[in-house]
Design a protein around this ligand. Structure first.
Ligand SMILES: [Ca+2]
Length: 489
């Protein structure tokens, strides 16, 4: 039995919004929204709906046309576990204490493969847990919390049991035939450029199985409120997809990003420390092949998203289900001469984000409004009328969903750390609509300022230009404030 006060609260919150009331018209009582929470792994904005000239992503593009696309959405940390922990707890990385996929345990001082946020904030109520507490069926398929990919595919990885009522951990052909995959760093498939055009069908791949399981769960739970979190494994390395997706991207037609003088000199060095020597040494053809393979795995993952969204329509659930599509962080495909994640350039910090709420006035539009992944928790709690904990670090994006010309925040923050000769230092970056400013080790390892309106490729570092010292001072103050309570690693 739900508490009568909660039902009243739902009515109150639903009644407060024009578009939510619209969704509830004709109902004896307002129905609760379902949530379909789709998270890709290591997906940057190389998508048709974000204007990429080559990548084919028809299903995510169609979702974007029916929801609100955020052009300026940012992760709080460009690495799996810190980012996922942050948006699933609704807290910034310095509050969760999870700044790495692995490290030393704070209590024992021993190396630990995967520190868990409950070691530091044991009583936190996660986003899915909140929905569980309020009577939703809450399930996870695939990767939501951290997983080593491909090493831990088929396991629960670094899960959080209180978050879910039900979990599915698929493992497909890509996992079973891992040894056949090409990689530029021998033996490394998870954090090296690696790929394979595979025989067989979509359905045999791990992400194909993720979509199949998600569809089954929607079919089985169509008559009760659900929060279904669907974590795809692609386009994370290894870039594996059935052959037909590779045929979409002939490597010789893939352009390579141009490098700026700073990129060639790698200055400031801290900005480029995510680079790996074996990957620096590959030739242009290998670079083109890697980019083509990444794009093939995006198109494959997009097709699986399409299967899930098609089922949502077929089951008559689309008009009462909120759909979120995003990624845990961005990704470099040789921009700035870098690959993968863990940088504070735009490609690594920026994520795709589409939110579709049935009947929302903003649907079909794109917004310039800044958004952070930490905003997802308060947004979904707000939209579904659930009482979010008061300690959450983000804000609800609901005003933007109602009117995409609105802004809910002036700045989006992303952080990383670096290890150099056994010492750790931190980098903090802030994005405003006009600027990206990054401060390394409180300035000891450099700073960067880019005019994102006039130099979206971040080619000219203006941090030392006398003309922009007011901007530097203002933004430096913001990141210094943000980074005040950095926990030890
Ligand atoms: Ca990731």
């Amino acid at each position: 039995m739900r508490h009568p006060l909660f039902v009243l609260l739902c009515f109150g919150v639903l009644g407060a919004s024009g578009f939510l009331r619209q969704a509830a018209l004709g109902e004896e009582k307002p129905r609760r929204y379902n949530v379909l929470f789709l998270v890709a792994d290591d997906l940057n904005c190389d998508l048709g709906c974000y204007g990429h000239p080559q990548v084919q992503s028809p299903h995510i593009d169609a979702l974007a046309r029916s929801g609100v696309l955020f052009r300026h959405a940012y992760c709080q940390f460009p690495l799996c576990s810190p980012s996922r922990t942050s948006f699933l707890t609704g807290r910034r990385p310095n509050q969760t204490h999870i700044l790495t996929n692995s490290g030393r345990d704070r209590k024992t001082g021993k190396y630990r493969e995967h520190p868990h946020f409950r070691d530091y904030i044991p009583n936190t109520v996660t986003l899915p847990q909140l929905f569980r507490q309020h009577g939703y069926f809450v399930a996870r398929v695939g990767k939501l919390y951290h997983y080593g990919v491909p090493g831990q595919i088929g396991t629960s990885g670094l899960d959080d049991r209180p978050s879910w009522s039900y979990v599915v951990n698929p493992a497909g052909r890509d996992k079973a035939e891992e040894h056949r995959i090409f990689t530029v760093i021998p033996g490394n498939y998870g954090s090296a450029l690696s790929w394979m055009a595979m025989e067989g069908t979509d359905y045999e791949q791990t992400d194909g199985l993720v979509a199949t399981a998600a569809i089954s769960l929607m079919e089985a739970n169509r008559n009760r409120p659900f929060f279904l979190a669907v974590g795809f494994y692609r386009p994370h390395t290894p870039y594996v997809a059935p052959k037909r997706y590779f045929e979409l991207y002939p490597p010789e037609k893939v352009p390579l990003p141009e490098l700026s003088e700073d990129d060639k000199r790698r200055t400031p060095p801290a900005a480029y420390m995510s680079a790996k020597r074996p990957e620096d040494q590959v030739d242009d053809l290998t670079r083109r092949r890697a980019i083509a393979a990444y794009h093939a795995s995006i198109s494959f993952m997009d097709a699986q998203v399409g299967r899930v969204l098609e089922a949502l329509e077929r089951l008559g659930l689309a008009d009462r289900t909120i759909v979120v599509m995003t990624s845990d962080h961005g990704y470099h495909m040789y921009q700035h001469g870098l690959w993968h994640k863990m940088s504070l350039f735009e490609n690594s910090a920026r994520v795709p984000l589409i939110i579709r709420v049935p009947g929302a006035p903003g649907n079909g539009k794109q917004t310039q409004a800044l958004a952070e992944l930490v905003d997802l928790y308060p947004t979904l709690a707000d939209l579904c009328g659930l009482p979010a904990p008061d300690y959450l670090d983000g804000v609800s994006l609901r005003p933007v969903l109602e009117d995409p010309s609105k802004q809910v925040k002036q700045a989006a923050f992303t952080q990383v750390f670096r290890r150099r000769r056994g010492k750790v230092f931190h980098g903090y970056s802030v994005r405003t609509l006009r600027w990206r400013y990054t401060l390394w080790d409180q300035g000891r390892q450099g700073e960067q300022l880019y005019d994102m309106q006039n130099d979206p490729g971040e080619t000219r570092n203006l941090a030392r230009d006398p003309k922009y010292q007011d901007v530097v001072r203002r933004l430096r103050k913001l990141v210094e404030e943000y980074g005040k309570n950095t926990p030890k690693i």
